[in-house]
Design a protein around this ligand. Structure first.
Ligand code: IFM
Length: 443
């Protein structure tokens, strides 16, 4: 039977992360990074962000008024465990209030335990390069579940582990600013170990908790499909960025190439659902002058629609990933999907086209149970500061005003009805079709 609308129990929400919205997070590695000149565009810092730590009830009222029925957020490790083994009753009490406020409004919570920020004391001990961080993270996760597990069913251990390993240890643009691919492999191994350890501790304490990872998955296509070199390099990108972690989790042991560096094993099943963060595709061209980039140059196709950050809008990639993930045998939640688009030029059609791709995959048997748009209001976009605007609402960090964009109104209508509009006008002024492929932003 083919669906022309989303099922009534589908989760509709938006996603945020503590450091990007709360304000006042001064005890983690990102805050320290932001204090270094030149690290963040325009010298922005994550204070005050959206002052969401204090305004969460008003913000949840807004989301409810927009007919959402779920919300993904993260808890900040550095607030909850400011010193090794010392847990803050104040911070845990705060997050109890946050989750209770969601429940009162019938917004189903999904909580992320690691969304890029590490307590200062963890990063001082080597962060994810230190194998002991996995155990510390599992202890932290277990404590959070002990305190908050009665208020939340859906738990995301890690947000985008490959992104964290790549940005912080290959590109060096995020803390700790290293540029060493071997280190990034170690970090990925320790993140996988952290997930395995946290999964077991969470399930021991709360067997009914639903636990997964929010995977950032991207399409890598060869620029010239006839070129064996382009095909080889895009295949390597796909394996390193997308597949290695998925197959490690599927097998319960590290997959190639991580298996060449370490032997580690986890539980046979370590995901109850798959979280998919999907944004874009890259075309990949072999370039012998880029050894640090594994001889690959990442490009966007000529004439493509691109976001304010230069990323291609490619809804077909969401369909392809959903179909591929169906084979993993777990229900899927789209834990992030969105576009940097200050003028809201692309976002309405972006939303509808990505949701249409989702419905198409569901009609072919893929079990998708929810969609969390990134994000509800513009917030602190890491090295981009406040310049990259991903919100269904605009947000002004000076006045804290939130104001609904047309795409926010459109999303509310979709959340209310579960039906997609017949068509949404594509953005005006398409780029010239004879343009050469443009380099992709390395993000
Ligand atoms: O803002 C980020 C988020 O923290 C992780 N996924 C991608 C988003 C947009 O770049």
């Amino acid at each position: 039977m083919s669906l022309d609308r989303f099922p009534p129990d589908f989760l509709w929400g938006t996603a945020t992360a503590a450091h990007q919205v709360e304000g006042g997070n001064h005890a983690n590695d990102w805050w320290d990074w932001e204090q270094q000149p030149g690290r963040i565009k325009n010298g922005d810092t994550s204070d005050p962000a959206c002052d969401h730590y204090r305004r969460f009830t008003q913000d949840f009222d807004l989301l409810k008024s927009l007919d959402q029925n779920a919300h993904r957020l993260s808890v900040e490790w550095s607030r909850i465990e400011p010193q090794p083994g010392v847990f803050s009753t104040e911070a845990l009490g705060h997050y109890r209030q946050v989750l209770s406020a969601l429940r009162e409004r019938r917004l189903e919570p999904m909580v992320t335990l690691f969304h890029y920020t590490l307590p200062r004391w963890v990063s001082a001990q080597g962060g994810w390069l230190n194998p002991e961080t996995a155990g510390r993270f599992a202890t932290f996760s277990e404590r959070v579940l002990a305190e908050l597990g009665d208020l939340c069913t859906f738990w995301v251990t890690l947000n985008e582990p490959t992104g964290a390993a790549y940005q912080g240890y290959v590109l060096g643009e995020w803390p700790p600013g290293h540029r060493d691919p071997r280190e990034s492999a170690t970090v990925l191994i320790n993140l996988i170990r952290a997930h395995w350890a946290a999964y077991e501790r969470i399930k021991n304490r709360h067997p009914t908790a639903q636990v997964g990872i929010a995977h950032h998955l991207r399409i890598f296509d060869p620029l010239r499909s006839w070129s064996p070199l382009d095909r080889a390099v895009s295949g390597i990108y796909d394996r390193l960025f997308n597949r290695t972690i998925l197959s490690s989790l599927r097998r319960g042991r590290l997959a190639f190439p991580l298996s060449r560096l370490a032997k580690a094993q986890g539980p046979r099943v370590s995901q109850d659902f798959i979280g998919l963060n999907y944004y874009t595709r890259n075309l990949v061209r072999f370039n012998r002058r880029l050894p640090r980039e594994i001889f690959g140059e990442r490009l966007v196709p000529a004439g493509a629609q691109t976001s304010d950050l230069g990323l291609e809008v490619y809804p077909q990639g969401l369909y392809l990933w959903l179909r591929a993930l169906a084979r993993e045998g777990h229900p899927i939640y789209i834990t992030e999907n969105g576009v940097a688009d200050r003028d809201d030029r692309l976002r309405p059609s972006f939303l509808v086209d990505h949701l249409r791709a989702t419905l198409r995959a569901m009609n072919q048997g893929t079990v998708v149970r929810g969609y969390f748009h990134w994000t509800c209001f513009d917030n602190f976009e890491w090295t981009e500061g406040y310049a990259a605007r991903f919100g269904l609402m605009s947000h002004d960090p000076r006045t804290q005003a939130r104001s609904l964009r047309p795409s926010g109104r459109l999303y509310a209508e979709i959340c209310r009805s579960g039906v997609l509009p017949a068509s949404v006008a594509p953005p005006a002024e398409p780029p010239a079709p004879d343009q050469a492929p443009a380099p992709a932003q390395l993000r």
